[in-house]
Design a protein around this ligand. Structure first.
Ligand SMILES: [Zn+2]
Length: 287
């Protein structure tokens, strides 16, 4: 299993156990078959009574592509466009029906950005009033091509990502070094760091500030993902804390996607990051 699939398994086990399963997730960084594989791994955890055991009838049906509760929407290989008819057929009709064998239904959209405008509008209606027992998994390595109205209703997670690419966009030194300091240094130092991060996100206009804040948060998410694989500046941080941070980053991104003032969201994010330290002392190390 790839690290992206492993992450999906761990992440969704965690939110399911905590009763915090959301209605819609935007899983970024992969496309095509690898994205589908990670989506299937997540769907197994969500639908299987034993959190994706791989052996029960639910898991076996998913692996065989025959699960009545997993609905996959994907563009035909030769077209690269998801049309509105497909959204109606796969999502609207199924979402209104009761689940077959489980409490949940999962809708997996592979390369969700390939929805054309009509398909995206149609899908948005389902996202606005999600059926109580459904989970939408949108896989996309081009989430910038999705309408903000869709992205803002999803919890964003990064499955892969290069730290270097996002850092150069910020043009402000090593974000990795800042993240490491935030995770390991005392509260007083962190207040200084918070100020420097705030300065990073003061772009010339609102769009630029939003983009910078999202880029920065994205970079923190990638660092947390690397940390879970015992790589990078967060390699020694406890995995529970990294998962908490990932949730926090995704929350902050969703607020920014929803057009809430990026500066306020960022301050809130940093304050909560600091509160972890303030309440629990130095972050626990697993080494
Ligand atoms: Zn199972």
């Amino acid at each position: 299993m790839t690290s992206a699939s492993n992450f999906c398994v761990e992440y969704f086990r965690r939110v399911k156990a905590g009763g915090r399963l959301g209605h819609a997730y935007l899983l970024g960084g992969l496309s095509g078959d690898p994205a589908a594989a990670a989506g299937f791994a997540a769907a197994r955890v969500i639908l299987c009574p034993q959190d994706g055991c791989g052996a029960c009838t639910v898991c076996r049906a998913i692996d065989a592509g025959a699960s009545p509760d997993l609905h996959v929407l994907r563009a035909p290989a030769d077209k690269r466009i998801i049309k509105v008819d497909a959204v109606r057929e796969v999502i609207l009709r199924e979402a209104s029906m009761k689940s077959h064998s489980c409490d949940q239904k999962v809708f997996l959209l592979v390369d969700a950005h390939e929805m054309n405008d009509a398909a995206a509008n149609c899908f948005l209606k389902t996202l606005e009033e999600p059926p109580g027992n459904s989970v939408m998994l949108l896989m996309s390595d081009r989430s910038d091509k999705l309408p903000p109205t869709i992205a803002s209703r999803c919890f964003r997670l990064r499955l892969t990502g290069s730290v270097e690419g996002t850092e150069s966009l910020l043009d402000a030194g090593s974000v990795g070094a800042i993240v490491h300091r935030m995770a390991t240094e005392p509260l007083e130092t962190n207040l200084e760091i918070a100020e420097s991060i705030g300065a990073l996100c003061k772009g010339e206009n609102l769009d630029q500030r939003r983009r910078l804040a999202l880029e920065f948060l994205d970079t923190i998410m990638v660092h947390c993902r690397h940390g879970l694989e015992a790589k990078g500046p967060l390699a020694a941080v406890d995995s529970e804390i990294l998962f908490d941070q990932i949730d926090r980053v995704a929350d902050a991104q969703r607020w920014i996607d929803s057009n809430v003032n990026a500066g306020l969201v960022f301050d809130d994010f940093v304050t909560k990051f600091l509160l972890i330290q303030g309440a629990g002392g130095p972050i626990r190390s697993r080494r």
